[in-house]
Design a protein. Sequence first.
Length: 214
Amino acid sequence: MGVISAGTTMLDGGALDSGIPAGAMTLIKTITASTASTVSFVDGASSVVFDDTYKSYVFKMIDIHPSHDLGRFEFQVSTNTGSGYGISSTTTAWEATNKEGAGTALRYLGGDNDNSNSTDYINIGYNNGADNDQCMAGQLEIYNPASTTFVKNFQCKVNNYEYSNNSMHFHGSGYFNTTSAIDAIQFRMRYWNSGSGSYASSTINGIIKMYGIK
């Protein structure tokens, strides 16, 4: 059975007609981190493509594991091929949690989980646990980073097996307040050091895959 719209064949025998454009999700680069201080994808370096070749870029984060409890996984971008990271962003985030021992919550996060036209790194998953079986997984998507007309929107969703044995589903989104092309991204891990009452550097273990979607 065929499907025809305005004289154009859309489907024929259950298959999309060859004349109809379809998006393609292409694996660009896989980085496997082992106690890495940062993980970066830079256009033109190490076979990375991060330009107008694709309209959106997806980063799949698999089994992300910190070296410390209370890990906070963050990212920032660059408009000068990684010479500097710190583009102003405005963001928002919320979470849903469920404990192994029962007890649920749904809340808007606010606080340092939100940027307000700030150049800080952006939280995309916190309270990560350092136990051997604890990890975080999810994805981040950045839309049309090569645009020189519009700001750059992004969104992320992750699930995290937290240090306190919770399942935490985190959603974050926002935009980078720049009309310059974004051509690099960097991920890092920090953790809450209760002794100093501040965040300190940690390291990343896990896999990050970069895809392009036309």
